[in-house]
Design a protein. Structure first.
Length: 116
């Protein structure tokens, strides 16, 4: 039960942080996918830092599951990819999907490498 509270606390911090990043990016009149890419890459980096730091399982639950889970967004990425294919922008959509995956994995690896 205690770990669930830490997950909830992390999520309570991650969700508003995601909103803030989306709002800050949106004010600069960038496409919505830019905010999605930013939060997913930053969240992956934070997760790598957390996992590489040797923190306890409770903190991993709060930072990794709670904060990063609420901060990042797979569902928005999926919707943006679906919309790209529906709008017949296959080349752009595939590049965005591949770039998101490559950047996210690279950011997680970098965070992990910095902490080990």
């Amino acid at each position: 039960m205690r770990i669930a509270l830490f997950v909830a606390l992390g999520a309570a911090l991650g969700a508003p942080a995601r909103f803030w990043v989306s709002h800050a990016v949106g004010r600069r009149e960038r496409p919505a996918w830019v905010a999605t890419l930013i939060v997913n890459v930053v969240g992956s980096f934070i997760l790598g830092l957390a996992l590489g730091s040797g923190i306890t399982q409770t903190w991993v639950a709060m930072v990794g599951v709670g904060f990063c889970g609420a901060f990042t967004t797979f569902s928005t990425l999926a919707l943006e990819l679906w919309s790209g294919f529906a709008e017949k922008r296959a080349a752009w959509t595939l590049a965005y999907a591949g770039g998101s995956l490559a950047l996210g994995c690279s950011a997680a690896y970098l965070g992990l490498a910095l902490m080990t």
